[in-house]
Design a protein around this ligand. Structure first.
Ligand SMILES: NC(=O)c1ccc[n+]([C@@H]2O[C@H](COP(=O)([O-])OP(=O)(O)OC[C@H]3O[C@@H](n4cnc5c(N)ncnc54)[C@H](OP(=O)(O)O)[C@@H]3O)[C@@H](O)[C@H]2O)c1
Length: 286
């Protein structure tokens, strides 16, 4: 039996979809916080175990009879403790293998969002110390986050971000989910760390060029001034936390933190991941 946490979230849902293409629903357990969100999974024959990462009793129950767990990271400030609770429950219940979705970064210690990213690597260390077999899926940025960064008026106003020529090997979440499902379905991924990235690096100038070519509109990229960028967002009513995240991730993109290209995703999929252009076509329905 395979248990997927975050099964009612974006990455979890797509992972379960790929699992269902290969194994029956009764071999999959979804750990979910809200029964109503899990209804569709239930209708497909998947057992729902309700709970919360803060509720250790619910985790203990959920882990019964489970061989493999996919722990999908949360975005909570307390996520290290939440993840620890999942690992502890898995170990206690005799789970054989845990896969964890973290992040691919060149150096977390110099990250502008170290306060957020540290917990990914702390979780990995904790899993290693637990003695459980593990697979670390260090995910690059989702292509789906691009619309959040470029804003909803991108086709009218262009892209304004302090990322200069910094590049990212974006990957589509559904392909990352497929890769995660394959890790759970296949043998041979024990104690491996994978960099889940697209096949090519792209700057926001590249994003602007691809969007121009797909939409037929001229979309410009402007390298925003990093020092005044947060104030500009504030003027537009962007909430404080969003500003911190947008500025921090932009700084990391600019400094090359995400300039990592690996063949791991391609190997796990058995084909090349889709390109930025194809991803944008899909995301924007162009
Ligand atoms: N690589 C990237 O570009 C990128 C971008 C954004 C986030 N991320 C990271 O990747 C993770 C997965 O991405 P996603 O798009 O699938 O995010 P998502 O849709 O927000 O899914 C997160 C899942 O975690 C569950 N969850 C949150 N807190 C929980 C708790 N205390 N106990 C039990 N379950 C809990 C949520 O449950 P509910 O369904 O009940 O809400 C949800 O199913 C994120 O959580 C974040 O750590 C990566």
């Amino acid at each position: 039996m395979i248990l997927v946490t975050g099964a009612t979230g974006h990455l979890g849902k797509t992972t379960v979809e790929h699992l269902l293409k290969n194994i029956p629903g009764n071999k999959i357990v979804a750990f979910a916080r809200a029964e109503n969100k899990a209804q569709q999974l239930k209708e497909r024959g998947i057992e729902i175990r309700l709970g919360n990462f803060e509720d250790t009793a619910s985790l203990d129950k959920a882990m019964q009879g489970i061989e493999k767990v996919l722990l999908i990271s949360t975005i909570d400030h307390q996520r290290y403790q939440q993840h620890k609770n999942v690992v502890d429950a898995a170990k206690k219940a005799g789970v054989k293998h845990i896969a964890y979705t973290g992040v691919t970064l060149k150096n977390v210690n110099t990250s502008a969002v170290k306060f957020l990213m540290d917990s990914h690597f702390e979780t990995e260390d904790y899993i290693k110390e637990s003695g459980l077999n593990y697979t670390f899926l260090r995910n690059s940025l989702y292509a789906e986050v691009i619309p959040m960064y470029v804003g909803e008026n991108v086709f009218e106003k262009g892209i304004y971000l302090p990322t200069a020529n910094g590049k990212v090997a974006y990957a589509l979440r559904r392909e990352m989910g497929e890769a995660a499902a394959n890790v759970l379905l296949q043998n041979g991924h024990e104690n491996k760390t994978y960099q889940i990235t697209g096949s090519e690096l792209y700057s926001y100038q590249d994003v602007a060029n691809e969007l121009s070519s797909l939409s037929g509109k001229a979309i410009n990229y402007t390298d925003a001034d990093a020092a005044t960028f947060p104030d500009k967002l504030k003027e537009h009513g962007v909430p404080e936390l969003r500003i911190l995240i947008a500025s921090g991730f932009s700084a990391d993109i600019k400094s090359g933190q995400y300039e990592i290209v690996s063949k791991d995703l391609e190997d796990l999929l058995g084909r090349k991941p889709i390109t930025l252009k194809e991803s944008l076509k899909e995301i924007y329905s162009l």
